[in-house]
Write a protein that binds this ligand. Structure first.
Ligand SMILES: Nc1ncnc2c1ncn2[C@@H]1O[C@H](COP(=O)(O)OP(=O)(O)OP(=O)(O)O)[C@@H](O)[C@H]1O
Length: 623
């Protein structure tokens, strides 16, 4: 039977690339292989413990959970064994050969682009898991027997592109990972080295990690438990050292940095649960392509779900940690969890704590909060769009540049409001690509004159977020490139005199929906604004970039505003009054319009016409 025979198979292409990179580029942090293998062993035990809640037979009476590390100096092998769920022929081929995790491709790209040898921490961020064995071993053999099955399987590979599988014998369920160490990795056979690494990386692992070592002079083997197995979240806050938090966080997140903040508390009362959450300091590359790990759900110390979606809303997926509930039944299924009211209540509490922590940081530790916001601000903006109940709190966590803050410095909405002059009713903002460009916009002239501040939003998420943030502390959020602005002074009352000219402008400039005198301009002659509720120039460009509307295609017409106090506008009005069909009239209208198009950052439709008109103007004065 083919299923019984030894067969040789190829790794999936992406895995081949991954293995090549692991073995050739990542040396300096290779000791983490031990963490990865212990973590797999612990996952395997957790999985069986969970499965056995509904199928006790699987245990066959053995619930003495244990992870064993056996160095063999003579054979130069290091073996990591567990009595977890195990694998059969089918699952071993699937898990250790053909499945490339979704993050693998991204990992490979990041390694290639970032000069991998100088970025060893990447491997931790991506959790390449089992394959990290090939950093220290030139051959790896896995012997495994799945719980509830009789046959065992032997997997072997030198990490060069193929692996083989064949039947074998293992007298109990579980897995042995046997590393045939490279000559330059024999240090990992030394008990003191193994012991130090387990303490460093895996001290909190819930199951005993036992070193099974031969003694000198044929005294027989000794077993020594290396990890203290403390469930950190069950201790009280004042019993835990900062170092313990750090290494626990690094273990569950794969991050090499310390966390930025730790939230550790107990909830008593109707609902009881223990919380240990971490806010990371840096945004790992993984977020872009891998499923977020999120928060682990434990029920009375038993890991139920590695990444429990319902515990936090998606926008807080950067938070790591553990919630251990005393109120949920141990054998709860994923489906039941999703409909469980307890989870909803816990989520509300967790969100409140996280937002309060961030608020405290913003108010009292600016040096910590500003870098945090630069890394994770996008997530909070996503929250403004999705979490209606916490919208105001989230909005108050925003940091934004503004006209009155020096370039590179940021203001919060509360600060903005507290500095508003009495005459100012609304909060003003302008969204665009860069601060430099926005700060020069003609749309800000009247604000500069009146001393009103304008928020200058230049982050990718801002256009999206601002559609959901229409108010803050009872004040309207108003785009300065949209609608009319009653807070500003009225334009000169001579609008009537311009009515005939305006009629001609509307006939000549098909791109606009209307023309009127402006109360936004003081230096410039003209500008374009969107009608209330219509697409602004920046949003239109964003939609074009996203392919939602065609390039150069104007879906919405804008309103053309003229500054009645500007010399060119005055002259235009005079020339028009004397002779409405003077050819200079149309050229000047076009030039004023094209200037306004450039000032809003859009492209000119008729660049040739624009240059011709400019040259005709310059010609009489030029040499
Ligand atoms: N000791 C083991 N017992 C049972 N199954 C295992 C064991 N080690 C690995 N596996 C299986 O092989 C799969 C791949 O392991 P690998 O370490 O590459 O990734 P992972 O553990 O899924 O992810 P990560 O290491 O990033 O958390 C695991 O998901 C698991 O199904």
């Amino acid at each position: 039977m083919t299923a019984e025979a030894k067969s040789s198979m190829e790794f999936k292409t992406e895995l081949k690339q991954l293995l090549h990179l692991i073995t050739h580029s990542l040396y300096s942090n290779r000791e983490i292989f031990i963490r990865e293998l212990i973590s797999n062993a612990s996952d395997a035990i957790n999985k069986l413990r969970f499965d056995s809640l509904s199928k006790e037979d699987l245990l066959e009476g053995d619930r003495d959970w244990k992870i064993t590390i056996t160095p063999d100096k003579a054979a130069k092998t290091l073996t990591i064994s567990d009595n977890g769920v195990g694998m059969n022929r089918e699952t071993i081929v699937e898990h250790l050969g053909t499945i490339a995790k979704s993050g693998t491709r991204g990992f490979i790209e990041a390694l290639k682009s970032q000069n991998a040898s100088s970025k060893p921490d990447l491997i931790g961020q991506f959790g390449v898991g089992f394959y990290s064995s090939f950093m220290v071993a030139d051959k790896v053999v896995v012997l495994s027997r799945a719980a509830g099955e009789k046959d065992a399987v032997r997997w072997e590979s030198d990490g060069q592109g193929t692996f083989s599988v064949e039947p074998t014998i293992r007298d109990k369920r579980g897995t042995d990972v046997i590393l045939y160490l490279k000559e330059d990795a024999l240090e990992y056979l030394e008990p003191y080295r193994i012991s130090a690494l387990v303490k460093k990386f895996s001290d909190f692992v819930e199951f005993p990690v036992v070193l099974f070592a031969e003694q000198e002079e044929n005294k027989g083997p000794v077993e020594e438990t290396l990890n203290s197995r403390t469930a950190l979240w069950l201790k009280s806050k004042n019993e835990v050292q900062e170092e313990e938090y750090n290494s626990f966080y690094q273990n569950i997140s794969g991050d090499f940095e310390k966390p930025l903040s730790v939230l550790h508390y107990n909830v008593e009362g109707n609902l009881q649960y223990k919380v240990l959450l971490f806010i990371p300091a840096k945004r790992p590359l993984t977020y872009q392509w891998e499923e977020p790990k999120g928060v682990q759900l434990y029920i009375q110390r038993v890991l139920i779900m590695d990444s429990c979606e319902g515990l936090l809303p998606p926008y807080l997926r950067f938070v790591r940690g553990i919630v251990d509930s005393g109120d949920l039944p141990l054998n709860i299924s994923r489906e039941m969890l999703q409909q469980n009211a307890v989870l909803d209540k816990m989520q509300k509490g967790l969100v409140r704590h996280i937002l309060e922590e961030l608020e405290g940081m913003k108010n009292t530790q600016k040096d910590k909060y500003i870098p945090f916001f630069k890394q994770f601000g996008d997530f909070l903006k996503e929250g403004i769009a999705n979490d209606w109940t916490n919208k105001e709190k989230l909005a108050d966590l925003l940091l934004i540049e503004s006209l009155n803050t020096p370039a590179g410095e940021l203001t919060s909405l509360s600060d903005y409001v507290s500095k508003m002059p009495e005459s100012q009713k609304d909060i003003y903002y302008l969204v665009g690509e860069t601060r430099e460009f926005l700060a020069q916009s003609p749309l800000l002239e009247a604000f500069k004159k009146k001393g009103y501040d304008v928020l200058l939003m230049t982050n990718n998420m801002d256009e999206y977020m601002i559609t959901y943030l229409t108010e803050f502390k009872g004040k309207k959020m108003v785009a300065v490139d949209q609608g009319t602005l009653p807070d500003l002074d009225e334009p000169a009352p001579d609008a009537a005199a311009f009515q005939d000219l305006f009629k001609t402008i509307k006939e000549k400039v098909a791109e606009i929906s209307d023309v009127r005198l402006s109360n936004r301009l003081s230096e410039s002659a003209s500008c374009l604004v969107a009608d209330a509720g219509a697409l602004t120039a920046n949003r239109e460009r964003l939609l074009q970039r996203m392919g939602r509307i065609g390039d150069g295609e104007l879906n919405t017409k804008r309103i053309f505003e003229l500054n009645p106090n500007h010399a060119v506008v005055k002259k235009l009005q005079n020339v028009y009054a004397a002779n409405p069909s003077d050819p200079k009239v149309e050229d000047t209208i076009r030039l004023l319009y094209d200037q306004a198009v450039l000032a809003e950052g859009s492209k000119l439709k008729d660049l040739t016409g624009f240059l011709r008109r400019i040259n005709e103007l310059i010609a009489p004065a030029s040499v």
